[in-house]
Design a protein around this ligand. Structure first.
Ligand SMILES: [Zn+2]
Length: 123
């Protein structure tokens, strides 16, 4: 099958599109996110339920922990290589860390939602 398309996934936006633009997997309206990294309870356009697919508890540690380790290693490497002043590092990382975390959480949550919807459609 081309690009993993199946009747259950046909017409759905990809995980990256859903994560970046907040596209509903059912109707492609921009209704996926209620907050920067929080799924809306349901689609305001078509009523598709998102709350059931919201990852809960410690499952997001599998995303947050490796990203945190990578960010710390990147900060150490940057400091070692360029020795930027402390105020520049505080300013730079103050912007980069939230953006990277929100991006990683959006990708993980969009992937979990797509997987849950695919599973419920194939049953
Ligand atoms: Zn929708």
């Amino acid at each position: 099958m081309l690009h993993g398309a199946s009747p259950a996934t046909k017409g759905q936006p990809g995980v990256t599109q859903a994560a970046l633009f907040g596209l509903c997997p059912a109707c492609e309206a921009r209704t996926l996110w209620a907050a920067p990294a929080m799924l809306a309870p349901s689609c305001r356009a078509c009523g598709q339920d998102f709350a059931g697919a919201q990852p809960k508890g410690r499952s997001l540690l599998l995303v947050v922990l490796p990203v945190t380790v990578l960010l710390v290693l990147a900060a150490l490497k940057l400091d070692e290589a360029f020795r930027p002043p402390l105020w520049a590092q505080a300013l730079g990382w103050g912007v980069v860390v939230p953006l990277v975390m929100i991006g990683a959480l959006r990708l993980a949550k969009a992937a979990a939602l797509m997987r849950a919807l695919r599973r419920s459609r194939t049953r």
